[in-house]
Design a protein around this ligand. Structure first.
Ligand SMILES: *[C@@H]1O[C@H](CO)[C@@H](O)[C@H](O)[C@H]1NC(C)=O
Ligand SMILES: *[C@@H]1O[C@H](CO)[C@@H](O)[C@H](O)[C@H]1NC(C)=O
Ligand SMILES: *[C@@H]1O[C@H](CO)[C@@H](O)[C@H](O)[C@H]1NC(C)=O
Ligand SMILES: *[C@@H]1O[C@H](CO)[C@@H](O)[C@H](O)[C@H]1NC(C)=O
Ligand SMILES: *[C@@H]1O[C@H](CO)[C@@H](O)[C@H](O)[C@H]1NC(C)=O
Length: 301
């Protein structure tokens, strides 16, 4: 190991040992004669192929490619067990090249071409740099704590690096929340006329509605009643209001996230009444919005 002391970098030492073991370089050859030169680094994208080129001339008697200290190829002989490592054919005689297919992050590091010219070892080092794809699913994320329904929408994640066009990914964030009643009301309706009670609820997913008079559920098409749901709104319609219809009604709005209700009074003309009994609005769910976030990753390259 004494010869290694002459070298500054440990890899050079290891390369010389590798070359000595492989080619049985006579012990008398001064280690100092080992020459080395550094080529430009190679940057490849993960999954692509990396070609490692080494220039040789007619004086070169032996040549090998090493991954750190492991011999990948020695002359025409493959030492590496990795099927991704192949020798490049059809290259000029002055070129000794190997290809690493489907490069991954573990392949990153120094590769050494060792050549033996007139019994003098020489080596050239290239540093393989592997650029990984940046995926949102791979650690890049936006933390949205205490998410509110106003934060729903499309978010764009743009990742870029030096060697490829930026990746753009659209992330759709849907904030689900329990219904809360925006509007509940009626107008004074005389007997014998059409009457309408309205109820409007904000909810994601959209709310389903039910109507009650006291404890009795009201159904569409029965007892001169029609229930019409349209988006956020539900309407309870009386085709021909009678005296018995006047009274206290309840609109119930529900979705998978929760349930709420509001009371609405159907009253006659001239009866002064607040159209909504606000105190009856069940608000317990509007404040403790149990929210879930669905992330839809729409891949766009
Ligand atoms: C090659 O990469 C190594 C390690 O990242 C670095 O130290 C060296 O300066 C680079 N050489 C060139 C020529 O870019
Ligand atoms: C290079 O060596 C590293 C470390 O031993 C290993 O993980 C990687 O698979 C090797 N790559 C090739 C192409 O031999
Ligand atoms: C409404 O009901 C009353 C009482 O039952 C009836 O006399 C009247 O004709 C009805 N009006 C309509 C438009 O059906
Ligand atoms: C209507 O009914 C609800 C509950 O069913 C009650 O809280 C509210 O006070 C009633 N409104 C009136 C005006 O009686
Ligand atoms: C309306 O909400 C109140 C408070 O949550 C609840 O006690 C009541 O039973 C609800 N009424 C209906 C008809 O669902």
């Amino acid at each position: 190991m004494g010869i290694c002391g002459y070298f500054v970098a440990p890899w050079k030492c290891l390369v010389v040992i590798g070359v000595r073991l492989l080619f049985l370089v006579p012990a008398g050859v001064p280690a100092r004669s080992g020459d080395s030169f550094s080529k430009d680094n190679i940057t490849v994208r993960q999954g692509d192929s990396a070609v490692l080129k080494c220039t040789v001339d007619s004086k070169v008697s032996r040549v090998a490619w090493l991954n750190r200290t492991t011999i990948l190829y020695a002359g025409a002989d493959k030492w590496s067990l990795d099927p991704r490592v192949v020798r490049m054919d059809n290259t000029p005689v002055t070129e000794y090249s190997i290809k690493i297919q489907n490069v991954n992050v573990h392949d990153e590091g120094p590769y050494v071409c060792s050549i033996l010219t007139s019994n003098k070892p020489k080596s050239s080092k290239v540093h393989l740099i592997v650029q990984g794809h940046k995926f949102v699913t791979e650690g890049e994320y936006v933390d949205m704590t205490a998410i509110t329904k106003e934060q729903s929408g499309s978010y764009e994640c743009i990742s870029s690096n030096d060697i490829s066009a930026p990746d753009v990914k659209t992330v759709k964030v849907t904030v689900n929340y329990a219904p809360f009643i925006l509007k509940a009301g009626s107008t004074g309706t005389p007997v014998g006329q059409k009457g309408v009670l309205q109820c409007e609820a904000s909810a994601v997913p959209g709310a389903d509605f039910e109507w009650y008079k006291e404890d009795r559920r009201l159904l569409n098409g029965l007892n001169g009643i029609k229930i019409e749901n349209q988006g956020k709104q539900s309407m309870l319609m009386f085709l021909n209001v009678s005296e018995e219809d006047y009274g206290n009604y309840t609109c119930v709005a529900m979705n998978t996230m929760g349930i709420t209700n509001a009371s609405i009074i159907l009253y006659g003309p001239g009866t002064m009444m607040h159209d909504v009994n606000r105190a009856a609005l069940s608000t317990h769910c509007s404040f403790c919005l149990l929210l879930t976030v669905f992330l839809l990753f729409l891949l766009k390259f």
